[in-house]
Design a protein around this ligand. Structure first.
Ligand code: UD1
Length: 430
């Protein structure tokens, strides 16, 4: 069983380079099958989620060639099936982007019902409603969703909730549908914009991505392209929180500071100094953070994917903080783990009431999901004694070389195979 073992209490300092955005990569990889030409994708993060999606694509005949760790050539001319099987969808929810991509290209797709992180109900009614509006017949049978159309046509779609997944799926399907599709109440996340830019570089005609109305004029075909994925907002934010929670001084490089504004604003409220330049953000933390209040919201609000990390940091702040989760209903499953470390947090419905404590003590923990896992790493980095974290496969779904990058900032962290390796003291001896 693989674990992270951390001996915290060291203020992290120095520079870290942020990789390509996982959530943009998942959408862009799926969309790359919409042409028979070769597509070259750069700045692809080397994380488990992108590996699983590439495997799912290969399972239906997509050719995938790695030029280097972060560059991949994709050719989907030889696709022999429009069915993506359960094994992939169970591992990553975003395999359902293959629905929009395959439906757009072949007018037919069949994908298992999505799994992914257990953070709430996560219905897909808006995806289905949108596909139907575009002229597809959608059936749910034996855990599979089948979408099929004679020919897709444009539609005026109003999303009842702001959903990243449905916005992305419908944007892909509409690219090759005849006429002008309008998606209202669309998600505005940076990865929605990145996907739109990618599709446009393939010849799609998309206007308004990044606002809440996206207009898509269907085109006959999409062509090959070379495209570099945007930096990962959440990886960057997670490192900013590592700096903040340890009283450190960290610069995150290769970022788009605009995408980090909601996180920077909250860190300023906690007493951190935030210095922005063109493609970097520096976080200089005070000895002790001040309390603040946070509510998760769709972009440009504070991201739900940063909620666990900021709670881990505010658990150490001076005073009472209130963090409200408004996107997913089951996103505090890591709180019992923080309690083991001495945190004082009460959950009431979708709200965490956090009485800051002076310090955490190390504990044996288990990551309940991806971002919650990152929060436990942050707490472990702040605790002066030893913390172990199990189920790190969740963390590795979305963070490339997390322990190595943290070590470079001065953290004492190792990934070990708990069954094989020796005593903790030995492992941590410098
Ligand atoms: C994506 C991100 C995830 C992030 C989330 C919110 C990817 C691969 N995942 O997830 O990391 O936490 O956005 O920023 O990019 N909803 C419905 N009906 C639907 C679809 C969604 O009611 O058909 C609801 C959800 O239950 C949730 C809200 O809409 O309450 C937002 O979900 P959505 O934006 O779709 O999240 P994902 O795309 O699954």
């Amino acid at each position: 069983m693989e674990q992270y073992i951390i001996k915290g209490g060291v203020p992290l300092t120095g520079d870290v380079t942020i990789g390509g955005a996982k959530n943009a990569a998942l959408a862009i990889l799926a969309a790359s099958v919409m042409t028979d030409d070769t597509v070259v994708i750069e700045n692809l993060p080397d994380v488990n989620d992108t590996k699983v999606l590439l495997n799912a694509m290969e399972s239906v005949g997509v050719l995938v060639k790695h030029e280097d760790r972060h560059t991949v050539h994709i050719n989907a001319a030889q696709i022999h099936s429009v069915t993506i099987h359960t094994e992939y969808i169970k591992k990553i929810r975003a395999s359902y982007y293959m629905l929009g991509a395959l439906l757009g290209k072949y007018n037919e797709a069949c994908v298992a019902l999505p799994g992914g992180c257990n953070i709430g109900m996560r219905p897909i009614d808006q995806h289905i409603k949108g596909f139907q509006a575009l002229g597809a017949e959608v059936n749910l049978e034996r855990g599979m969703i089948t979408a099929k159309a004679e020919k897709l046509h444009a539609a005026h779609i109003y999303l009842d909730v702001v959903t990243v997944g449905a916005t992305i799926n419908l944007m892909m399907a509409a690219c090759l549908a005849e006429g002008r599709t309008i998606i209202e109440n669309a998600a505005k996340e940076p990865h929605v914009v990145d996907l739109a830019n990618f599709l446009s570089s393939m010849g799609a005609n998309i206007k308004g991505a990044g606002t809440d109305v996206i207009r898509i004029n269907g085109v006959e075909r999409l062509h090959g392209t070379e495209y570099s994925i945007i930096p990962d907002q959440i990886e960057a934010g997670s490192f900013m929180l590592c700096g903040a929670a340890t009283g450190g001084d960290i610069t995150v490089n290769n970022v788009i500071p605009k995408h980090l504004e909601s996180i920077s604003a909250k860190l300023r409220e906690t007493g951190c100094e935030i210095i922005e330049s063109d493609d970097a953000v520096r976080v200089k933390a005070p000895d002790r953070l001040r309390h603040t209040h946070v509510k998760t919201l769709p972009y440009p609000g504070f991201p739900t994917d940063m909620q666990p990390q900021i709670v881990a940091a505010l658990g150490l702040a001076d005073g009472t903080s209130i963090v409200t989760e408004s996107i997913f209903e089951n996103r505090f499953r890591y709180v019992p783990e923080l309690l083991k470390m001495g945190a004082n947090i009460n959950i009431e419905g979708g709200t965490a009431i956090i009485e800051g404590v002076r310090g955490y003590s190390g504990a044996d923990l288990s990551a309940p999901d991806l971002r919650a896992g990152a929060a436990l790493v942050i707490a472990g980095l702040a605790a002066p004694d030893i913390t172990t974290i199990d189920s790190i496969n969740y963390i590795e779904r979305g963070y490339e070389d997390f322990p190595e990058k943290l070590k470079h900032l001065g953290a004492r962290i190792r990934k070990i195979d708990a069954e094989k390796e020796e005593t903790r003291a030995h492992l941590l001896a410098v």
